[in-house]
Design a protein around this ligand. Structure first.
Ligand code: HSE
Length: 336
């Protein structure tokens, strides 16, 4: 499989590390063989070779703060030119415009290139349009890493719960805020906890998107549109983040046997699909209260097996990189 990597920050590098680390095992176990033909990143430079680039060398270059060279500067130009089977899109998320990722994805799909993305903007804003372009061009459009990073939520709903009607989804959808709330309870200030979340690679490029609830909002919108068939836009839904919660509020909640969690919720009212994001005080005995750090947890209510809960990482370099590897293996299996 010829791969084109657009966006080579935390997530793109996380994927590259896994591709290198597991190269032999993936070939042996899944007959998955790959060549990376190009990498383009607006900060880290660009490299392209139709015969394949040296991925380990490219990774070493960006880790030593040097620039990649030898490829088109503009991502769109690279996508137009590249002869690749799959584009892996991991540029930064812009939940208000969905760009530049939406244009990248459209361009690749129109060429019949499969697309794997972890970028929440295009999914939250343009799910239907992009899925239609994919279908028309017989290309696959996969996005496991957009919700709960590498925890297999999309897979779980698409494959494992196939044939079930999904009635409601509720839980913790943002790693950064859950991490901040956890560390504040341990005594760290809001600023210290946020800085740690950034260092650990959990926070968005602009962390406002996490703490104001926008990242969770993008995720509930993605689920509302892709799982429930709604056509919601992110900012149509009520959304409140964690910025108003003080260390004192956290202490008081604990004294009352409760804990703050930022809860994302998608449900149906008659035929209408509703979604929201809000901080809620959950009882310490509630299963969600025990979900700490950057871990996410979602309970999926179905008409078949009642409730299924998935708990797992919601952010992180290796974890989100893994979501793309998982989608690649799904594509590999579809080819057969
Ligand atoms: N900033 C996001 C989070 C990354 O903290 O959950 C994963 O989408």
């Amino acid at each position: 499989m010829k791969l084109l990597l657009i966006g080579f920050g935390t997530v793109g590098q996380g994927l590259a590390e896994l591709l290198l680390e597991k190269k032999e095992a993936l070939a042996k176990q899944y007959n998955f063989k790959y060549t990376v033909v190009g990498i383009n990143d607006m900060l880290k430079g660009s490299i392209y070779d139709a015969k394949g680039i040296d991925l380990a060398k490219a990774l070493k270059t960006v880790k030593s703060d040097k620039k990649l060279t030898g490829g088109p500067e503009k991502a769109l130009e690279m996508i137009k030119k590249a002869k690749a089977d799959v584009m892996l899109e991991a540029t930064y998320t812009d939940i208000k415009t969905g760009e530049p990722a939406t244009s990248h994805i459209k361009e690749a799909l129109k060429k019949g290139m499969h697309v794997i993305t972890t970028n929440k903007g295009p999914l939250a804003l343009n799910y239907k349009t992009l899925s239609n372009i994919a279908r028309k061009n017989k290309a696959k459009f996969l996005y496991e890493g957009t919700v709960m990073s590498g925890s297999p939520l999309i897979n779980l709903i698409r494959e494992t719960l196939a044939g079930s009607e999904i009635k409601e989804i509720k839980g913790i959808l943002n790693g950064t805020t859950n991490y901040i709330l956890t560390r504040m309870e341990e005594g760290l200030s809001y600023e210290e906890a946020l800085k740690k979340a950034q260092e650990l690679g959990y926070a968005e490029a602009v962390p406002d998107a996490d703490v104001l609830g926008w990242d969770a909002l993008a995720k509930v919108t993605i689920l509302a549109n892709s799982v429930f068939g709604a056509e919601l836009k992110p900012f149509d839904n009520p959304c409140e983040g964690i910025t108003k919660i003080t260390a004192d509020d956290i202490k008081k909640a604990k004294a009352n046997g409760k804990r703050f969690k930022l809860i994302g919720h998608i449900w149906k009212e008659g035929k209408k699909v509703k979604a929201s994001v809000s901080p809620q005080q959950v009882e310490l005995t509630h299963p969600l209260a025990g979900v700490m750090g950057a871990t996410n947890a979602l309970t999926i209510a179905t008409d078949t097996v009642k409730e299924v809960t998935i708990v797992g990482p919601g952010a992180g370099r290796r974890e989100t990189g893994y979501s793309m590897l998982n989608d690649l293996l799904h594509l590999n299996a579809c080819k057969k």
